[in-house]
Design a protein around this ligand. Structure first.
Ligand code: SF4
Ligand code: SF4
Ligand code: SF4
Length: 274
């Protein structure tokens, strides 16, 4: 049986949507930290400000002037990690789900598995990678906090241990019992959902739209995924596996070629005609 997570030992982000003004200071702090560049209207994007390879987090605006920050939920038992055949996505001991581009073979199973539709693919690149929030793993490992929570001027998105964030959410609900949704018995999104997440929300509207379907349930998705996969005939898995290997081999060749070209460009002497 899996060891239960100690909420005092994993970090979390609490977003209180009632305090968010939609200023996007958090989004810009993230972009600056990861050198994500400007957003462009690619044809595969729902909108310029949707999650993308240039936006690891975004702020969705809903009728009634509600602003909802969207980012990876850093699930306690992440479906993306269990779906990745080569271990490119990993759940760290302190909470963040991180990504290793050197291992990724581009199969995009993580994108299909995520119940919150978070990972994006860098379609615009000749060497595409999966892109998503990594909860500023290096910063928090060094004792700091995520760039986005540090930047928020309104305390709408804050950082601490999961135990502290749950306690803070409960405190806010206790102090304002009629402010949060559903009234009478407000919910902390991510407390139990899909086995619990490290990004938690309290809100005055339903946040069911952030997931595949309302009421995802409390069971971790990997358990459901493998339950379903075990019913797929082995021959089908064999073909899928073969396709994945072919895809990985081609992707790796493209990547090595691009790296070699980049190195040649760097080493080339400056042109006298420029
Ligand atoms: S929200 Fe999606 S991408 Fe993020 S950890 Fe959970 S399954 Fe993985
Ligand atoms: S936690 Fe870090 S990577 Fe994730 S959205 Fe915030 S700044 Fe970006
Ligand atoms: S910085 Fe804070 S208030 Fe501004 S959009 Fe982000 S979460 Fe909302």
């Amino acid at each position: 049986m899996k060891k239960p997570v100690d909420d005092n030992k994993v970090y979390a982000i609490l977003t209180d949507t009632t305090l968010c003004t939609g200023c996007e200071t958090c989004v810009h702090a993230c972009k600056q930290t990861y050198h994500l560049g400007r957003d462009r209207a690619w044809r595969w994007k729902e909108s310029v400000d949707a999650l993308s390879s240039t936006r690891f987090c975004t702020v969705l605006t809903k009728p009634g002037d509600h602003h909802i920050r969207q980012q990876c939920r850093h699930c306690l038992e992440p479906a993306c990690v269990s779906a990745c055949p080569v271990g490119a996505l990993q759940k760290t001991d302190i909470g963040p789900v991180i990504y290793d581009s050197d291992r990724c073979m581009g199969c995009r199973y993580c994108m299909m598995a995520c119940p919150f539709g978070i990972p994006r693919y860098k379609w615009e690149s000749t060497v595409p990678l999966v892109r998503k929030c990594i909860m500023c793993y290096d910063r928090i490992k060094a004792g700091g906090e995520p760039a986005c929570t540090q930047a928020c001027p309104y305390g709408a998105t804050i950082f601490g241990t999961r135990a502290e964030m749950l306690a803070e959410a409960r405190r806010r609900i206790r102090e304002h019992p009629d402010k949060y949704y559903p009234k009478g018995n407000p919910r902390i999104w991510g407390e139990h959902e899909v086995g619990g997440t490290s990004v938690l929300y309290i809100s005055d509207i339903s946040l069911d739209f952030l997931a595949w379907k309302p009421n995802l349930g409390d069971q971790p998705v990997p358990a459901l995924t493998w339950g379903a996969l075990s019913k797929v005939p082995p021959v089908a898995l064999g073909v899928a596996g073969l396709m994945a290997v072919v895809y990985w081999t081609i992707g790796r060749r493209i990547r090595l070629q691009a790296e070699a070209e980049a190195q040649t460009t760097r080493q080339a002497p400056p042109s006298t005609h420029e």
